[in-house]
Design a protein around this ligand. Structure first.
Ligand SMILES: Nc1nc2c(c(=O)[nH]1)N[C@H]1C(S)=C(S)[C@@H](COP(=O)(O)OP(=O)(O)OC[C@H]3O[C@@H](n4cnc5c(=O)[nH]c(N)nc54)[C@H](O)[C@@H]3O)O[C@H]1N2
Ligand SMILES: Nc1nc2c(c(=O)[nH]1)N[C@H]1C(S)=C(S)[C@@H](COP(=O)(O)OP(=O)(O)OC[C@H]3O[C@@H](n4cnc5c(=O)[nH]c(N)nc54)[C@H](O)[C@@H]3O)O[C@H]1N2
Ligand code: SF4
Ligand SMILES: [Mo]
Length: 715
């Protein structure tokens, strides 16, 4: 009995903030009582956000599932012991595979799955073990063009400049103060606004491009209110200025870059006035931003989700890659590798370009049956999942296991996704509560929550400039018979008599391996083994361990493996020229709806938590006061938002931080049955407005989930 305090890290989101947790050992076992930031952690220094501080509620709340649910023939859910629920799922899968083949089973890992350090490896290796090509993750709902661009052009093996060494930062549609997310080279999630203020104090210049004056835009030296989807014009204009004024690193370009002249030619028509007009920004500000970025000695251009979702995502990522490349924003020979990534299989760290990696259906990778879209690395694009379920024929998906995803609210075309889920022979949702998707499932498997699990920091290690590693013990006892997701997939594989393979080889299939064994196999080839970190962390009272002596140093060029960045790959200069000739206006839809993150939710995670609900129960529609005056609307009114595809409702909130002609709303609110009448209580789903077959990226399948053409009317 009594309360003890332990060191661990938060897993409400991917940032993994260092935390102290008070645990009470009482009649119901060890229960989480309170969490707070760990002031002694070298990276986070005590920082947490309001979501993470709700972890005790999330673990102990009444709405939490303590047992799994299986729907009976009468359509009603029945509480079912975990072993039986898993056996039932395995039996159904066996029948479905026997009748329709292995591709008929799909696995989707959503953003809630990333919070468990083993869920990605477990769900992927399960899909591979049964021989299904239908593995999906939220990466193809949010930022596939980044993955694709890195693969197509190759990576600088020494890594990019990091935030702490930079004297300039360019953030395009990325708001790390709320999202705690930035790609490598961007703002690390350790107390992001304090970091930016500190960096500015030492002289860093910050440039932000966002149609909405976001939290980070308010700290910017130059804020560019770019029109949604027109980032290519802005970036091409900046490249035009940089090249014309010779501000790029011509030595680096000569040594490592092909296709520079083609790029220069393609950005030629984007003179500052043409580019600024199209992008909707001030011409002098565009020129100043180009000079500020290129004259900095170190610092990266990075994008968030906004520009990836607003159309032209692949082109935008290409131009960002060009900016960083021609300005050589990379670490060089003899320096420490910028991000050591202790748990990721080590690639050579050299002062050179790595080889391009074939992507998206190339070279024998699996193709989907739709729109010519194919695998990105090991995963299928989410764009095709609904059609793969709904369309009969060879390869039709008949069973879906969703781990930490909420397809009803995360995917484009909500009504269609709901039809698809209802059409499945079996829909299994792994979820700690009755989310919008769980309520439509045939089986809901109840998982343990983060403070009841062992985990490592593999998912946040790409922000740490030191070789920072953590292994946390399970600190609380799981209620009921909930278990870790890795154990669910292992048990299913065991029933189906297949073997899961991890980076380090086959997983033992005779008896359930411990999480430590799983994590060791999963991270084979990394700088440190999780079991070693576990021992070192235990010796350090559960704190982070920094493996300074293993931090790789960037080696000289390996001439035998020499590659160059080829800026003409994929004909991108020609795509830019085609974009220059396009017009994007859509008659009859004079507004655009843009996406943003809600401070009080992580996508749909947090909806039932009382203190977060006390802050908001809806995703308000931010609209410029002048637009509201024209529409005759006031704060708190309900507005109808109509796209070519559907109509949703929103609660009006005036904001002079959004450009005129825009509505800014968070996604992942509102179930499929949410209506105008309960929009204040539940919010509404912006994805109802989207069609994945009309507006999508032809390479990645990313649907238009921001910058959606809409019209507005009082409701
Ligand atoms: N229009 C529009 N659409 C978007 C976006 C946008 O900006 N605009 N953003 C996109 C992005 S970036 C993403 S990542 C996707 C997200 O799409 P999804 O990943 O499909 O949706 P989430 O809401 O993140 O789903 C998380 C689920 O995990 C459950 N969960 C919570 N905790 C746990 C846990 O400990 N274990 C398990 N197993 N489950 C848990 C939650 O209850 C919830 O059901 O949405 C995308 N959709
Ligand atoms: N609190 C909280 N944190 C989260 C999440 C959450 O739901 N809540 N979700 C997590 C997930 S899954 C992800 S992927 C990350 C995403 O992390 P971020 O990408 O940083 O997410 P946002 O805060 O939505 O920032 C996107 C910005 O893009 C802007 N934008 C929209 N359209 C355009 C456009 O066409 N061009 C430009 N330049 N900007 C545009 C929006 O106004 C917004 O400010 O956040 C993660 N962190
Ligand atoms: S930023 Fe993410 S990891 Fe940190 S406290 Fe908030 S939810 Fe937890
Ligand atoms: Mo995401």
């Amino acid at each position: 009995m009594g309360i003890t305090t332990h060191r661990t890290f938060c897993r409400f989101c991917h940032a993994n903030c260092a935390m102290l947790v008070d645990v009470e050992d009482g009649p119901r076992g060890r229960m989480v009582r309170e969490v707070r930031g760990d002031p002694e952690d070298p990276a986070f220094g005590g920082y947490t956000c309001m979501k993470g501080r709700e972890l005790p509620d999330s673990h102990n709340a009444d709405h939490r599932l303590h047992h799994s649910l299986v729907r009976g023939d009468d359509g009603e859910f029945r509480e079912t012991p975990m072993p039986q629920a898993l056996e039932h799922v395995a039996d159904e899968l066996r029948h479905i595979i026997a009748e329709h083949g292995p591709h008929s089973v799909a696995v989707f890992m959503g953003s809630g799955g990333y919070q468990n350090s083993a869920a990605m490896a477990a769900s992927l290796s399960f899909a591979q073990a049964i021989g299904s090509r239908n593995f999906y993750t939220s990466v193809t709902l949010d930022q596939p063009a980044k993955v694709f661009t890195t693969a197509r052009y190759g990576q600088w093996l020494g890594g990019t400049n990091t935030f702490s060494e930079s004297d300039v930062a360019l953030l395009i549609g990325n708001n790390p103060i709320v999202s705690h997310y930035s790609p490598p080279g961007g703002v690390p999630p350790f107390s992001p606004s304090r970091r930016i203020r500190d960096a500015k104090e030492r002289g860093m210049k910050v440039i932000v491009a966002d149609p909405r004056e976001s939290d980070v835009a308010r700290l910017a030296d130059i804020y560019l209110p770019v029109r949604p989807g027109e980032d290519p014009a802005l970036l091409a204009g900046m490249l035009h200025v940089i090249i014309e004024e010779n501000l790029h690193d011509s030595n680096f370009v000569a040594a490592h870059v092909d296709g520079f002249d083609d790029l220069a030619q393609a950005v030629e028509p984007f003179t500052p006035d043409v580019a600024a007009t199209r992008a909707g920004v001030d011409e002098d500000q565009l020129i100043a931003a180009a000079r500020m970025f290129a004259r900095g000695s170190k610092g990266c251009a990075v994008t968030g989700t906004g520009p990836e979702m607003a159309g032209n995502g692949t082109l935008t990522e290409y131009l960002v890659h060009c900016l960083n490349t021609v300005c050589a924003r990379f670490r060089q020979e003899g320096e420490k590798a910028s991000i050591p990534r202790v748990f990721t299989p080590a690639t050579p760290r050299r002062a050179q370009v790595g080889p391009p990696v074939p992507m998206f259906g190339a070279n024998g990778m699996a193709k989907s049956r739709f729109r010519g879209l194919g695998q990105l690395g090991f995963e299928m694009p989410c764009n095709v999942l609904a059609d793969e379920i709904l369309t009969p024929g060879e390869g039709q998906v008949r069973a879906l296991i969703s781990v930490g995803g909420n397809p009803v609210v995360g995917f484009p075309d909500q009504a269609k996704m709901v039809r698809a889920l209802d059409d499945l022979d079996m829909f299994v949702q792994i979820d700690p509560w009755m989310s919008a998707s769980a309520r439509r499932a045939d089986v809901v498997l109840a998982p343990s929550q983060c403070l009841e699990r062992e985990d490592i920091t593999n998912l946040s290690e790409w922000w740490h400039e030191e070789a920072y590693a953590r292994y946390t013990e399970a600190l609380a006892d799981p209620p009921g018979d909930v278990i870790d997701e890795y154990a669910m997939f292992w048990t299913l594989a065991k029933h189906l008599d297949v073997t899961m393979q991890l980076a380090g080889g086959a997983l033992p299939m005779d008896a359930l391996p411990s999480k430590e064994v799983f994590l060791d196999l999963m991270t084979a080839g990394g700088l440190v083994r999780p079991s070693e970190v576990r021992r070192d962390a235990a010796a350090a009272g559960g704190a982070a361990v920094i493996y300074e002596d293993r931090h790789p140093v960037i080696e000289p060029v390996d001439e035998g493996e020499f590659h160059r960045f080829d800026l003409t790959a994929g004909d991108m200069p020609a795509h830019l020229s085609a974009y220059a000739d396009q017009s994007e206006a859509r008659a009859g839809y004079e507004f655009k709806l843009i996406s943003r993150r809600s401070k009080t939710r992580f996508n749909s995670i947090g909806h039932p938590l009382e203190k977060l609900r006390a802050r908001t129960t809806t995703n308000p529609a931010y609209i410029h006061p002048d637009d509201l005056a024209t529409l005759g609307l006031e704060e708190g009114d309900i507005i109808a938002i109509e796209s070519a595809h559907a109509t949703i409702h929103g609660v009006v909130k005036p904001s002079d931080k959004v450009r005129r002609g825009l509505v800014s709303m968070a996604h992942a609110y509102g179930d499929a049955d949410a209506t105008k009448d309960d929009v204040r209580e539940r919010g509404s789903s912006t994805n109802r407005l989207v069609s994945e077959t009309v507006d999508y990226d032809p390479i990645t399948g990313q649907s238009l989930q921001s910058g959606i053409p809409v019209r507005l009317a009082p409701a």
